[in-house]
Design a protein around this ligand. Structure first.
Ligand code: PHE
Length: 461
């Protein structure tokens, strides 16, 4: 019977370990680097409200579905989807959902590693104490000079990808568990301290207003799509990372409760990051719409001024690095699990192949920030294109398919059993959201944007 499958890759030693690993996957650059910059580009408040709605109404039901499918299939997302579709007497082509995820995983990991490389560089920059003597403008220029240097970017990108590959090669359990157990709480505490600093020294009231008082006239249909995309990206949804982690979860753990905790922590970290960053943005006279460099241009301003700034700055970027590390590991894991299952290689070879390919794909990303900055498609360079398409197109599409499968294709008895919920309000709410609300919302958000693009390009006339 399908629910008695076991994974050949092992199992988490407890529900807590799963929570830590999944939180490690969810909390990463998406919360601290991406959330503030995307929110800033979309005008703040209204974007944040739509983001929170997307997390609650779309993200949580999909995460429940993804963990559930993973635990029922107990294999890499491709094989899980094929097996579950077969169990239920459906078309085995559902496995393409897994392939979409593998592709998205490669694409995200490639630029993710470039940004994690910036974080690595900033560990050393903070430790050197160089920010102490700099004003906001000099700090901005220091970031621009890093990004315009392809050799340095390549070096840091390479170091990070090796770090990820090594952990995945050794198996997710040994190194990873320890990292998330201590470092994630430490990151949380340090973020709270940064918010404290921003309260005392930044324009906190303005930052607060910027993040939480919605001005819906600033929100475009593209902004709505980006809020949904950010929810998928931040919660690691729609590409199989959470599915593969679910496949290592014991059959006894309660999925909905667990998912609730993960989504809550992920959201808190993003909001804390926003509360730490925007007051500094305003106090330093910077633009909220500063783009992907935002945190690297603002937080060092604070570290440059506070007592012990070199210490706290170094600590902050080290912790951010660990957050990025645990997320990147979950991006590579589904790929490696598939290579092990279907290509008969061991984890070491699988990790090297997967990591190597993602590394290669990262090279055009980092070159698009400097030498290749003139080559654009739809007005975006390669880096932006990867970031934009994965978060706003591929992950929502993956999420849509997951919801359709879990809500419509999987027998009711099966999801009821996996979710260990007797027929009751929570189960009914999940099922209703997954069958109707999630698919409709994703479709509306995506179509809306296509409509706007059509008008923009004159096709609407
Ligand atoms: N959720 C991670 C972050 O916020 C990124 C990620 C996306 C990880 C998709 C896995 C899958 O940084």
């Amino acid at each position: 019977m399908s629910s008695q499958r076991t994974s050949i890759h092992g199992q988490w030693s407890s529900r807590l370990v799963f929570i830590l690993a999944a939180t490690g996957s969810a909390v990463g650059l998406g919360n601290i680097w991406r959330f503030p910059y995307v929110a800033g580009e979309n005008g703040g408040g209204a974007f944040v409200i739509v983001y929170l709605l997307c997390v609650a109404l779309i993200g949580v039901p999909i995460m429940i579905a993804e963990v559930m499918l993973g635990r029922r299939g107990r294999r890499s997302p491709i094989n899980t989807m094929r097996a579950l579709a077969r169990d239920e007497g459906h078309n085995p082509r559902w496995e393409y959902l897994g392939w979409l995820g593998i592709l998205a995983g490669f694409m995200i990991l490639s630029f993710y590693s470039v940004v994690a490389g910036w974080t690595l560089a900033y560990v050393f920059r903070s430790a050197s104490g160089m920010f102490a003597a700099m004003d906001a403008e000099a700090i901005s220029m220091a970031f621009d000079s890093l990004v315009s240097d392809p050799e340095r970017l390549l070096a840091w990108h390479t170091v990070f990808m090796i770090m990820v590959t090594v952990v995945v090669a050794r198996g997710v359990k040994s190194g990873l568990e320890q990292a998330v157990r201590f470092l994630m709480p430490a990151l949380f505490v340090l973020l709270v301290a940064m918010v404290g600093y921003a309260m005392g020294n930044g324009e906190f009231a303005r930052g607060l207003e910027y993040l939480f008082s919605p001005d819906f006239s600033k929100l475009t249909p593209t902004g709505v799509l980006e809020a949904a995309g950010q929810a998928f990206f931040s919660l690691s949804l729609g590409m199989g990372a959470i599915m593969i982690y679910g496949s290592y979860l014991s059959s006894k753990a309660s999925i909905p409760r667990t998912v609730g905790i993960i989504a809550l922590v992920d959201t808190l970290v993003a909001l804390l990051a926003g509360l730490a960053i925007f007051p500094i943005v305003f106090a330093a006279g910077l633009e909220p719409a500063g783009g992907p460099g935002l945190i690297f241009k603002t937080l060092p301003v604070a570290f440059g001024q506070m007592p012990g700034g070199a210490f706290f700055g170094t600590l902050f970027f080290v912790l951010l690095l660990f957050a990025a590390w645990t997320s990147a590991i979950s991006l590579l894991e589904p790929i490696v699990a598939w290579l092990v299952e279907n290509r008969g290689v061991n984890r070491i070879k699988g990790a090297a192949a997967g990591g190597g390919l993602a590394w290669l794909l990262g090279v055009p990303s980092l070159l698009s920030l400097n030498l290749w900055s003139d080559y654009t498609l739809f007005g975006k360079g390669f880096f932006d294109l990867m970031d934009y398409t994965t978060a706003n197109v591929m992950l929502p599409l993956g999420g849509l398919l997951i919801a359709l499968f879990a809500g419509w294709k999987l027998a009711r008895a099966a999801s009821e059993k996996e979710l260990a919920l007797a027929p009751g309000p929570v189960y009914e709410a999940w099922r209703f959201l997954t069958r109707y609300v999630v698919p409709l919302a994703i479709l509306l958000v995506m179509l809306n944007v296509t409509g706007v693009l059509a008008v923009l390009s004159g096709m609407g006339r």
